[in-house]
Design a protein around this ligand. Sequence first.
Ligand SMILES: [Zn+2]
Length: 463
Amino acid sequence: MRSCKLIICILTLFCWQYAAQASTLIKNATILTLAEGDDKPFVGYMVFDKGHIIALGKGEYQGKASDSVIDASNKILMPGFLSGHSHLWQSAFRGIAADKELYPWLQALHWTYGEYFDTGDFYNFTLHGALDQLTHGITTTYNHSQRLSATEPHYLESLEASLVAGQHFIFGYNANLALSEKELRSTFANLVKKTAELKKKTPMLALSVNAVGYHQYQDKFPLEMQIAKQYGLIAQIHYLEQYERRFTDRKQWPMFMKDGAVDSNISYAHFIHPTDRILKEAAEHGASMIWNPLSNGRLASGLSDIPKYLEAGLGVGMGVDGAASADIADPFENMRMGMYALRMQHKNASVMVPIEVLRLHTLKTAKVLKVDKLVGSLEPGKYADFLIVDPARPGTGAVFDAAATLVFACSAANIEDVYVAGEKLVENGTALKYNMADIQAELVKRVDQIRGQAKADGKAEAL
Ligand SMILES: [Zn+2]
């Protein structure tokens, strides 16, 4: 009932929002469209109306006058970042298990606290995570939600929070594989129907399958893949992440091939330790991976050889993962961490260049997630999802090359404004529609409650 009411309220809000927007001209901006093959920044204009970009070009705009004008002289206009792999709820658990690799870290977080999530926890944590990503310039996220031990209504608060946060998002649904095949099929049928409505009126871009069956319920793994294919959904699988488990993980590849988990609708989160054969077969079948350098560094998982993957023809996108393993949801840090690690590894500065890593965190991630017709670059027809970046505040010196300034010298502090579907949601680091301090205070209370219960049950303190 609560979720029905909430969804009606959201629909009303967003109908109003799209209808109320007036046309806006941004002029004199240094524009990096990040569209395919468009590598050179230029000084020009962009016009958007009713949530979408309607014109963009060099020099002065010659079309009809807009309702409002923003002068972006000496500022960089770029598409908002995408995160192709995120667990938004983890925003509440930063700094946890600071000296642990993946499995002990999972033990310290998911398997210590997961069973204590109560009404409102997933909602508050997810909202906190989404708003934090927005303030760091991430305008579209793949929320790889996780049900932990929660009841269905508690778990679905992860979706409810995303619907109101303002970010464009793909909701990765983590099915309860303890259910029967019939129940699972009907759950997905309902979700697909609900998604069709939500996509029209809210920032939700798509539904996806978080395929988890290969871990625990191998008999259900083919079913997850079948359901994804039946509805044309993308699916995402954690795969080849922890170094110690690489041999075990690689042994599962034949099952992936057999069960339909290797095709252009599938992306693997991490994919750090493939053999040459796995890489070749994944690329040949059109599968993709999401690179999460901050998280892979924090959990000591290893470095994906991205230049090799690109050379092999594998689709590559980037993600900031959950904030409990990449504790600042910051694409600038993520790009630098990944790019510098590759340069160190290869001892070659041209192994990845700024424009390339910018495109990985925007358009190429949109391609992996199959939303590149909607977001990922500044092009007429796409959503007006963009950032206005001011390299002079904080001052970063003279701009020789806009892409290099963004990647090497800027940080989230340089983001002046964040727009999603033509609406300004963040100004100078502050989310405009929410009071982040209140959400943070509530989060701390909720985490205290969860920790208190875990302690009372004699669970080891994870920090
Ligand atoms: Zn993950």
